[in-house]
Design a protein around this ligand. Structure first.
Ligand code: HPA
Length: 251
């Protein structure tokens, strides 16, 4: 039994701190989608974080690369097969909630799937889970409490927020961001939701952490760039690493 960790854009370096690390490029794992996005490492690593066995997927595939939702969610099937029952998923997100600021880490409390696809479309494999899986606690509230306590011990106050997922790859328009705020979103991004649906399907509990890499479109008088996303990810890396190290043994 081990903890699975999926690291998003610019957040892949965390895996370098694992003890007894063994790594495998995604291209060596049959069925595993290879990320083509800049800032995504593309390696599966096993190792130890103190007393805990972890499997870390550094880099993920996205719908905007042309992968199907099933392909994007495949790593979760593989992690489950390798014994993962607890999953920590990180991503880079735009801040829709104006009380956030770039560099904040936010615990995902729920999501809104605006991707237009679902990884469970098609025949259901009953060995994975039911045809109509419940999503009423897609992100474990117990895990969020653990993360808050771990964060507090490090002097971090972790807000919670609803993550809206769009297919991308274009960033949102200011009108789309106002719409997302109206429907209850606090964060916006182009990942995570297919994986979280697949995890819930298999009964894997999920902790989701967004790194607010930028304020969403139209909030600040500036354009959005992928460079800003990567730079902010790099800026918070030590904080996120400390948080992950503190909370993972408590899950
Ligand atoms: N929008 C969508 N995805 C993102 C953003 C954003 O502003 N920032 C990082 N990923």
């Amino acid at each position: 039994m081990s903890v699975g960790i999926i690291l998003g854009s610019g957040l892949g370096w965390f895996a370098d701190t694992l003890e007894n690390r063994v790594e495998k490029p995604y291209s060596d794992i049959p069925g595993w989608p290879v990320s083509t996005a800049i800032g995504h490492a593309g390696k599966l690593m096993t190792g130890r974080l103190g007393e805990i066995d972890v499997i870390v997927a550094a880099g993920r595939a996205h719908l905007y690369e042309g992968y199907t939702a099933q392909q994007v969610a495949y790593p979760i099937r593989e992690l489950a097969w390798r014994g993962v029952t607890k999953l920590v998923i990180t991503n880079a997100a735009g801040g829709v909630n104006i009380s956030y600021k770039p560099g904040d880490l936010v615990l995902i409390s729920d999501h809104i799937n605006l991707m237009g696809v679902n990884p469970l479309t098609g025949p259901n494999d009953e060995s994975f889970g039911p045809r109509f899986p419940d999503m009423s606690e897609a992100y474990s509230s117990a895990y969020r409490e653990i993360a808050k306590h771990a964060g507090a011990a490090l002097g971090l106050t972790l807000a919670e927020g609803v993550y809206a997922a769009l297919p991308g790859p274009s960033y949102e328009t200011p009108a789309e961001i106002r719409y997302l705020r109206t429907i209850g979103a606090d964060l916006v991004g182009m990942s995570t939701v297919p994986e979280v649906i697949a995890a819930n399907h298999m009964g894997i509990k999920v902790l989701g952490i967004s790194c607010v890499t930028n304020m969403a479109a139209g909030i600040l008088p500036q354009k959005l760039t992928h460079e800003e996303v990567i730079e902010t990810g790099a800026r918070v890396k030590d904080t996120l690493a400390a948080l992950l190290r503190a909370l993972i043994p408590r899950l």
